[in-house]
Design a binder for this molecule. Structure first.
Ligand code: A3P
Ligand code: MG
Ligand code: MG
Length: 379
């Protein structure tokens, strides 16, 4: 008697990351990401199927102290597991409008895809994700317990920097507050622009873009936060949008190779994050050791991989390898996650492979919301 196909199998498979030579060379065609829907979280982190939290870029003043307002930081408590809920809600609303299912074969947050794509050059932190196959599509969420445990571990690690970790994280959000406005320049008052240093910094509000894209054969649907827009949305749906990603980074002391190398290494994550959602421009706010904004540099996302490859660069990463690796991995994942239940995708820190195993034989864990399943049953 043969076992039914849904029988539980605890075997795990692994996808080898190394040797990296196998991923070198020109990348296969990657689809240009196209936004097909979006949503916002408001100041209370409540969901809205609209663009109310979209922000416009307007440069910050140099010399500003990024620590100012730290005591009043209105911080989002991300201790709760948000799963894929907002992404699924937006997909369902879009499908309702279109009268049909989206054609994605993988649905996840951009952050998960960033971790996968950075794997060949980033082995310091591991990752864990949960995945489930439903109606021919793999849905992938972050494993929240793992994320919380890693955070706890990190905060227990010795910290030699005189600036507390929390304050350094605040600098990033402060830079966003200093660099954006709630409407175009013409529609924003001078008082607002000049008063930005006094505004309470909050990370509860967000604008999330949801795109259709592809790395390798599978069609992906990715959702992720975008920080700002440069001008305005294009007239026609699907045309590239001039999104702006905001980042802060330690200033590079002239002639200091180590500073340069650190920055070039960071560009790997900047590039992947922006590439996946089709964000063409990154504004980097450089800050002193004490958190004073000392410079702003505009970087075109598309030019980053070439900078990492130029002679003399110590960046130590290759964009083609990231793309080819991710393409190979996603195609393998599609062959591997081929049955019911909940699957775990895991990379342990320092290990050379990504493991996939089935951890529950049936159901979808909490990856899919009831709301989404009920919607799909109806469709
Ligand atoms: P910086 O990137 O300027 O450091 P994002 O750049 O993705 O829009 O994130 C905005 C800010 O959130 C970051 O600004 C940083 O302050 C904070 N942040 C993001 N991921 C973080 C992490 N893993 N740990 C601590 N802070 C983080
Ligand atoms: Mg952001
Ligand atoms: Mg940012």
């Amino acid at each position: 008697m043969t076992a039914p196909s849904s029988s539980f199998s605890s075997t795990s498979s692994a996808f080898e990351i190394f040797p990296l030579d196998q991923w070198m060379g020109d990348s296969p065609a990657v689809k240009r990401p196209k936004e097909f829907t979006h949503f916002s979280y408001d100041d209370e982190h409540a969901y809205h199927p609209d663009e109310r939290s979209m922000r416009w870029y307007y440069p910050a003043k140099l010399g500003t102290d990024l620590s100012k307002g730290f005591e009043k930081f209105d911080k989002h408590d991300d201790g709760g597991d948000e799963h894929l809920d907002s992404l699924l809600r937006s997909i369902a609303l879009h499908e309702e409008k279109e009268g049909k299912r989206i054609d994605a074969e993988v649905v996840t947050w951009r952050g998960m895809m960033t971790k996968i794509m950075a794997s060949p050059f980033e082995d310091r932190d591991g990752f864990e994700m949960n995945a489930t196959l439903y109606q021919g599509c793999i849905f992938i969420e972050e494993n929240h317990e793992y994320k919380m445990a890693s955070r706890l571990e990190e905060s227990a690690r010795p910290w030699r920097n005189p600036i507390p970790r929390e304050k350094m994280a605040f600098w990033g959000y402060k830079f966003e507050t200093l660099s954006t406005m709630p409407a175009t320049w013409g529609l924003t008052s001078r008082e607002y622009i000049e008063g930005r240093d006094e505004h309470v910094v909050s990370n509860k509000a967000q604008y999330c873009s949801i795109v259709r894209t592809g790395v390798g054969k599978p069609i992906l649907c990715l959702g992720g936060e975008v920080d700002a827009i440069w001008d305005s949305r294009p007239m026609f749906a699907g045309e590239p949008i001039n999104w702006v990603e905001l980042k802060t980074s330690a200033e590079i002391r002239p002639g200091n190779d180590r500073d340069m190398q650190n920055f070039e290494r960071k560009l790997l994550k900047y590039w992947i994050q922006s590439f996946l959602l089709g964000v063409p421009k990154i504004m980097v706010g450089f800050r002193s050791k004490r958190g004073i904004l000392t410079g702003i540099e505009e970087i075109q996302t598309a030019t980053i991989p070439a900078t990492a490859q130029r002679p003399g660069s110590k960046a130590g990463w290759d964009g083609n390898v990231c793309i080819n690796f991710a393409a190979g991995f996603m195609e393998w994942l599609q062959r591997t996650i081929n049955d019911d239940g909940v699957w775990r995708i895991r990379r342990r820190a320092g290990e050379q492979r990504i493991e996939v195993s089935r951890v529950e034989a049936t159901g979808h864990g909490r990856i899919l919301s009831d709301e989404f399943i009920n919607w799909r049953i109806k469709l």
